[in-house]
Design a protein around this ligand. Sequence first.
Ligand SMILES: Cc1ncc(COP(=O)(O)O)c(C=O)c1O
Length: 460
Amino acid sequence: MAAVRKITLVEENSALSDLQYQEHVNPQWVRLLNALQMNVRYRRCAGVELHAEDGRRFLDFLSGYCVHNTGHNHPAIVSALQRELGQEGPVMLQSHVSDLAGELAQRLCSLAGGRLEKVFFCSSGSEGVEAAIKFARAKTGRTGLVYASGAFHGLTCGALSLMDDAFWREGFGPLLPNTEAVPFGDLKALEAKLRGGEIAAFIAEPVQSEAGIRVPPPGYLEGAQAACRRHGALFVLDEVQTGMFRAGPFLAAHHYGLDPDIVVLAKALSGGLIPCGAVLMSNRIYDSVYSSLKRAIVHTSTFSENNLAMRAGLATLDVLDREHLGERAAAMGDYMRGRLREALAGYEMVDEVRGLGLLNGIAFKAPRKLRLRVPFEGFRNIHPAMFGQLVVMRLFRDHGILTQICGNNFMVLKAAPPLVVDEEQADEFVCAMTAVVDLMHTSATFWTEALGLARRVGNI
Ligand SMILES: Cc1ncc(COP(=O)(O)O)c(C=O)c1O
């Protein structure tokens, strides 16, 4: 009887908070999660595991889009934060020299190496990209910005100006002038843009995440860096997803032997617990912005350098180092891609398994067989993301695996678990993925399910 009462209370509470969220935050988000059957209340999250109030257990293969490199609620980071709060220190005074910011900046620069010697702290990836735009303009005295097609750099106006996917831009213009896209991987196109001498910076993700886990062709980033240097433009890397050992080394830049002028970090920087971003740059860039006493705080932000974010950052670096999570990301990434390639070989709708470290994508393609092509095209016509969302939904509901498709490429499913993932969990993901891929090739239920989804979504 008590158990029944408890369930009722939980259900009542969750219905109430859904309602409040719908009334006052984002009703469309609730609609979408309901349609995908992914509106779950989580009770406890630890490592790779998410435990729901209804008793289900999920494996997180999304990591909040590469936030949870150290795993959910890592005990060492949680207790570092608890200790910090217990000290009743100057958490957000904004009128003092933050020793924690100094310590974190020193450690980030020493890990990053090369010319990266100064740090501007902020609270998100977009805010970091905004800073990078301003700093590049201040340093070069130029206004032009070149970015790679398909990029995702954030949704504030400046960052959005560096993204050519129409979906994100629609209704929000005009955006920054003098911003131009070049195809990712096309050095000639980049060189042509740089030649005019008006470009302040070329900004790119070393591995494009939302574009579909696009790994750069050999020599591309090295060539882009050299072209920037030749033409006096800054070479800026957005490592918001790829950094913090996600791709194996501390920065994906290190994998390619690059020496960027500016690097933007965020997401995993503070253990997935406190918002934090960091823009790493050379002394010369920093000096061009903070060039005199009068300009000491010419670019700043209220929450930057706050003690909780800085403490979380320091504790996160300790965990990443102590648990060798970079080496683990490289090894587990190789293992997972190997197993996926083996298991998915021969399925006509699987195009490729690709990635670097634990940032991986399973790319699908339109089927050739008529039996599959008809439903595939039908659902693609309803919405281009419908097919990918069916895969996401099946993995979640039938196999307890949380994933998502890439934001700018709906035919690629992202697999980016916390770096603490173990072989057993990776195997569980491979088995689930194989089962779903097999189902889409062999069973009509996979496709009839799409009808149900289309009905639930209704007017998209
Ligand atoms: C590569 C990259 N850069 C920047 C951002 C923006 O970060 P934020 O959402 O913290 O503003 C994102 C967000 O997903 C991203 O993936």
